[in-house]
Design a protein around this ligand. Structure first.
Ligand code: PEP
Length: 249
């Protein structure tokens, strides 16, 4: 059986003081049953603070992106190996904000995934369709294309130590959540596509749902058979809300 996983994505938010208050409250409120795992992806400058405050706690930490390059003359970039040096376990790659605002194409996301995995991080590969794509009925082909870019670069075995997050773009930060059945349908599709290459990897792969998850809808989403937890944006900045979502898992 797959262990549920809930990961917060702070995006471009935080300060040393606010982070400390948030992390201390979340750690104090997390359920300690060991039945689920929890993490936060923080802005890179706060990795050291996360390591300092979270080492030995139930809450794992990591970055929201890594460079497609291992090192060199790439001003402003943060490499996967640098992220790993701060005790990080997790790294998001291919978040829709990276894809749409910063132009991360499928091939770039695949390079980032490979470097995150090579650095010993657990890559969380974000996939998902825009509203126009959903309305055009091409959700599955969009998600398949995003998945296949990584499968072709890193191979299906690489998903044996990775996470996929299905995040419909129309549900991110909009307050509009996919219904539990809509999420299940796409999660089932993702697992099936991986299973066509390797059934064992597919069976063990955590597939998270992301897009306006709140305390009020987490339980219904997480109850679906192929929804293994959530990637949480806005609600991960509010300790009480994030703790409730973790409890739902
Ligand atoms: C996200 O940023 O990955 C996300 C799902 O955001 P929100 O929960 O705010 O929709």
């Amino acid at each position: 059986m797959r262990t549920k996983l809930v990961v917060g994505n702070w995006k471009l938010n935080g300060s040393l003081a606010a982070n400390r208050a948030l992390l201390e409250a979340v750690v104090a409120g997390l359920p300690g049953t060991g039945k689920a795992r929890f993490g936060v992806c923080v802005p890179a400058p706060y990795l050291a603070q996360a390591q300092h405050l979270l080492a030995g706690s139930m809450l794992e930490w990591g970055a929201q992106d890594v460079s497609r390059f291992a090192g060199g003359a790439y001003t402003g970039e943060v490499s996967a190996a640098m992220v790993a040096e701060f005790g990080s376990r997790l790294a998001l790659v291919g978040h829709s904000e990276r894809r749409s605002i910063f132009g991360d194409a499928d091939a770039v996301v695949a390079e980032k995934f490979a470097l995150a995995a090579a650095a010993g991080l657990v890559p969380i590969l974000c996939v998902g369709e825009s509203l126009a794509e959903r309305e055009a009925g091409v959700t599955e082909s969009v998600v398949a294309r995003q998945l296949d870019a990584v499968l072709e670069t890193s191979g299906v075995a690489s998903l044996g130590r990775a996470v996929v997050a299905y995040e419909p773009v129309w549900a991110i930060g909009t307050g509009r959540t996919a219904s539990a059945q809509q999420a299940q349908d796409v999660h089932g599709f993702i697992r099936g596509r991986i299973a066509a290459r390797d059934r064992e990897v597919a069976a063990g792969l955590p597939i998270l749902y992301g897009g306006s998850v709140k305390a009020g809808n987490a339980g219904e989403l997480f109850a679906m058979p192929d929804v293994d937890g959530g990637l949480i944006g806005g609600a991960s900045l509010i300790a009480a809300e994030f703790i409730e979502i973790c409890r739902a898992a």
